[in-house]
Design a protein around this ligand. Structure first.
Ligand code: SF4
Length: 721
């Protein structure tokens, strides 16, 4: 094994979308400390607990270090979950990849393109995601390509694309210091994007900026807010349309901006007439005076900005929710200038990049539509495919891929680094769908709740053992650098994909049809830049020190800190008239409370990384937050063991009696397998974005006995390979 350098290696954090720069301190191929460079434009020497201390998952003895194949072949409808090491056998890479290629090609040749599906990964690099979607599109001719963006910001993406033509954050997080009024909604920023919340607090404390929080939970940022609008879950369209009503009625709107930069104002304005503060209060529970004050504060700002996250998008009307925010920014002209903007905070470290790389069922890389003939021709030429060879039909989304797992539908699923058996809604149904698959491949670090279903497990390297790039939430493409040699027989994702692709090509009788012989991820990025105009100027040499913010249209372009200064990608932005729609499943006498779900600071997403880190000792069990008023009604004391039930499932966990949640609403974080909130959540979908309603469903709660509390991590495998 090579002893790699002992000086710190600068790289990018593998957890959230802020994209903090890390310095990995190494001795004898071992990372013993993580610090942050003080000259980083993203985090200026700061790190949260995950970035600073959460890297020890690299060395966890549960990590899988050799390829594995099931000893007994699995049958659809009778698949078992193999957490037990005895059900697997260790094999060579050649054996694992030959077997994987043979099974995938056999299913493709028998059942066709629609039987093939892949989950790409928001934790993997741009280069990894570009190659995996290329493999499924170019070789299996399938657009059943998606990743967890569908479960995070799909509503925001659809609304932003329709209204202005681009779905990314419009401004740089560091510009918060220039904002005088900002709205945070559906984002527990302190816990989900901690370093951005530091900048928000600084803007308030040092510059006197004003904050409006719109959220059903009393999140920490409420302590810094001028106004907290404690809305009922799912009533966002009413709150923001109420603000628009006030802005229109009091002539606080920006007429010049509306006249020169927007369309459809009259129809929008008419639709807002009904959203009087009184009407909005009756729907949302927010006092009418607060709606009026919030409208005046935001409209009168010199530089107003809106930051939002999953509380807006994870809804059956997530697209409408995002439109209601876009309408407000267009109405006031708070977009297209520094310190303003429409800023959906992206969750995982590379969800922006994976989306840019085409890890979505309706788009090739660069958001070029799969059903657009010109786009298809571009990629056929780039990937050396015969004219008409690429599939012109939109593929299935993550949730649709599972619900179509049946004979005649999806038969094989390739999962790179995602954990749908934690992150899909209505998990009891999702587990049943997973059972129906013929062949499952997992490429990951650990056998998680989804990996347990796999027929083949391909052990990948961590972020510290490979090169590549991540694109953070404010569109900054930054380097990921190999700091240590890969542990055991693990391989970087991009190498696994290329090795598999060459085998698939051979079996299909199409050798060298697309290119897979890269010697370094830099060459993959060069190819990526040729097909995605906004990445054309991204070269590794240019992002050695500081990342560049897309669009970077050529090799001399300096990057784009904020968007839409002169125009929107679709020309004039479009107002969307909206009406209020209730949540899909409202509280009733059988299920009288509404469940809200989300994240905590110490954990991330489905828990594959953080629950295999010492972070799990810091926050080791799920708790359901319940307001003291509701706790009294249901005779629940702090830390009592309770059962929470919805129409789809139940979980047992301890109660956290707290004012953090409003009456009528309980909150459960979604990282904990032993009390997975998604056993309860509703799989009803937004009709446009097809994102499920994670943020609101009807539940009931009751006290149960201590011995009913499940043991921690029941699904985690033990023992090292
Ligand atoms: Fe990593 Fe996000 Fe924490 Fe920064 S804020 S250290 S990117 S988890």
């Amino acid at each position: 094994m090579n002893m790699i350098k002992n000086k710190p290696v600068t790289t990018t954090c593998p957890f959230c979308g802020v994209g903090c720069n890390l310095e990995l301190h190494i001795k004898d191929n071992f990372i013993y400390k993580v610090t942050a460079p003080f000259d980083s434009v993203v985090n200026k020497g700061n790190l949260c607990v995950k970035g600073r201390f959460g890297y020890d998952f690299i060395y966890n003895n549960r990590r899988i270090l050799n390829p594995l194949i099931r000893k007994s072949p699995q049958k659809p409808g009778a698949r078992s979950q193999a957490f037990n090491v005895d059900e697997w056998q260790e094999v060579s890479w050649d054996e694992a990849l030959d077997y994987t290629a043979k099974r995938l090609v056999e299913i493709y040749q028998r059942e066709g393109s629609n039987a093939m599906a892949v989950y790409c990964c928001a934790k993997a690099t741009n280069e990894d995601n570009y190659l995996l979607q290329k493999l499924f599109r170019a070789l299996f001719r399938s657009n059943n390509v998606d990743h967890c963006t569908r479960l995070c910001h799909a509503g925001s993406v659809v609304a932003l694309q329709k209204a202005i033509g681009s779905a990314a954050m419009s401004n740089t997080a560091a510009e918060i210091m220039e904002t005088d009024v900002f709205i945070i909604t559906g984002s527990n920023t302190t816990e989900t994007h901690p370093i951005i919340s530091i900048q928000m607090k600084a803007a308030i404390e040092k510059n006197g900026a004003k904050l409006i929080v719109v959220d059903p939970r009393r999140i920490e940022m409420v302590n810094y807010a001028t106004l907290w609008l404690a809305e009922k879950p799912g009533s966002d369209v009413a709150v923001f349309s109420g603000m628009a009503h006030v802005i229109l009625k009091e002539n606080l709107y920006n007429k010049e901006f509306i006249d020169t930069r927007t369309e459809n104002f009259q129809n929008f304005s008419k639709a807002m007439e009904k959203f009087t503060p009184e009407y909005v209060e009756s729907i949302t529970g927010v006092e009418k005076d607060k709606i009026i004050q919030a409208a005046r504060l935001y409209a009168n700002a010199k530089r107003g900005a809106i930051y939002w996250a999953l509380g807006i998008s994870q809804s059956t009307h997530g697209t409408d929710n995002a439109h209601s925010l876009i309408n407000l920014a267009l109405l006031t002209g708070h977009v297209g200038k520094r310190g303003t903007g429409l800023n959906p905070l992206r969750g995982q470290n590379n969800v922006q990049g994976a989306s840019d790389a085409g890890a979505m069922p309706w788009h090739y890389p660069g958001y070029q539509e799969v059903d657009d003939e010109q786009s298809a021709l571009i990629f056929e030429k780039a990937w050396n495919i015969e004219p008409g060879g690429l599939n012109r039909e939109k593929g299935l989304t993550t949730t649709e891929i599972l619900s179509n797992a049946h004979p005649g539908g999806v038969r094989s699923l390739y999962i790179m680094g995602e954990n749908p058996m934690m992150t899909e809604p209505n998990l009891n149904a999702a587990h049943k769908h997973m059972q129906e698959l013929e062949f499952v491949v997992c490429q990951d670090l650990f056998i998680n709740e989804s990996g347990a279903y796999a027929d083949v497990f391909l052990p990948a390297t961590t972020f510290a053992e490979k090169d590549g790039t991540f694109t953070n939430t404010d569109r900054r493409v930054q380097r990921v650098r190999k700091a240590i040699e890969p542990l055991g027989n693990t391989r970087p994702d991009w190498q696994i994909i290329c090795d598999l692709a060459r085998r698939v090509e051979k079996l299909l009788g199409r050798p060298n049809s697309a290119y897979w012989d890269y010697s370094h991820p830099e060459e993959i990025m060069d190819e990526f830049g040729k097909v995605v105009p906004s990445y054309r100027g991204i070269k590794y040499a240019r992002i050695e020190k500081t990342g560049l913010q897309t669009p970077v249209v050529d090799e001399n372009h300096p990057g784009t800190p904020f968007l839409y200064a002169e125009s929107f990608p679709i020309g004039k932005a479009i107002f969307f008239p909206l009406d209020f729609k209730p949540i899909d499943e409202e509280a009733d006498t059988d299920f009288p409370l509404i469940l809200n779900t989300g994240r905590v600071l110490e954990h991330w997403h489905g828990g594959t990384l953080t629950r295999n880190s010492w972070l799990d000792d810091l926050y080791s069990q799920a708790l359901v937050e319940i307001n003291p008023v509701d706790a009294k009604i249901y005779d629940i004391n702090h830390l009592d063991v309770v059962k929470v039930q919805s129409r789809r499932g139940e979980v047992i966990l301890r109660a956290n009696v707290t004012q953090k949640t409003i009456t009528g609403v309980v909150f459960i974080p979604f990282h904990f397998a032993e009390a997975a909130a998604n056993f309860l959540t509703n799989d009803a979908l937004d009709p446009e974005a097809l994102i499920p309603e994670f943020k609101a469903c009807a539940v009931k709660i009751e006290k149960v006995t201590e011995d009913q509390l499940p043991t921690k991590q029941p699904y985690q495998p033990r023992g090292r390979y």
